[in-house]
Write a protein that binds this ligand. Structure first.
Ligand code: FES
Length: 200
């Protein structure tokens, strides 16, 4: 029997086959994507820290009871954080220290650019010059430096004194003397109000 198919029929049949093949491929593809998605969801879930983990990553501290001249230590992620409220005299004293005598000329402030210089402005939060907030770990070998509460003066520079090998920091936590190579690190800090900060 003569083949009565027209070129249009052939095209149509090829089209249907093509459509079927595409459909099968699409189904296969969707199944694969579905399987990947099924695996991916728990992985993404595991990578999304829940609220309690996020809460541990930051710490809020109420600072209104800290008197000028006092340093309070809070613990954040297992590290001591010194929160220092400077007196007017201390603020002025730190401003008189010339940059050229600083041992470490980099701010080491996680709230500023990487290489920002260690000026007084770069060691505090903008407009909050009373407050100095640093990680209380000596940058030599990791001892905890002593502040004015413990030593009366906080070393020759009236900041912090590390009893382990004699490093001395000014009241902005900048290393002035001794074997410590770097200024005390300033963690990420946000002032939520005049009386409350968030660390981390
Ligand atoms: S650990 Fe502080 S001076 Fe050595």
């Amino acid at each position: 029997m003569a083949d009565m198919s027209t070129s249009e029929d052939i095209a149509s049949t090829q089209g249907e086959e093509g459509t079927r093949r595409d459909f099968i491929h699409l189904l296969a593809g969707m199944t694969a994507v579905g399987a990947t998605a099924a695996v991916a969801v728990p992985l993404v879930d595991q990578m999304n820290p829940d609220a309690s983990v996020k809460a541990l990553a930051t710490k809020e501290a109420v600072i209104d009871s800290i008197e000028p001249g006092q340093v309070v230590t809070v613990v954040w992620q297992g590290k001591p954080i010194f929160i220092r409220r400077r007196t007017k005299k201390e603020i002025e004293e730190a401003k008189t220290i010339p940059m050229k005598i600083l041992k470490d000329k980099i701010a080491r402030n996680l709230n500023t650019e990487d290489k920002a210089p260690a000026t007084p402005e770069n060691r505090i939060a903008a407009g909050r010059e009373e407050w100095v907030i640093v990680v209380g770990i000596c940058t030599h070998l990791g001892c905890i430096p002593l502040g004015p509460n413990e030593t009366g003066a906080g070393g020759d520079w009236h900041g912090w004194f590390c009893p382990c090998h004699g490093s001395q920091y000014d009241n902005l936590g900048r290393i002035m003397k001794g074997p410590a190579p770097e200024n005390l690190l300033i963690p990420v800090v946000e002032f939520l109000s005049d009386t409350k900060i968030k660390i981390g």
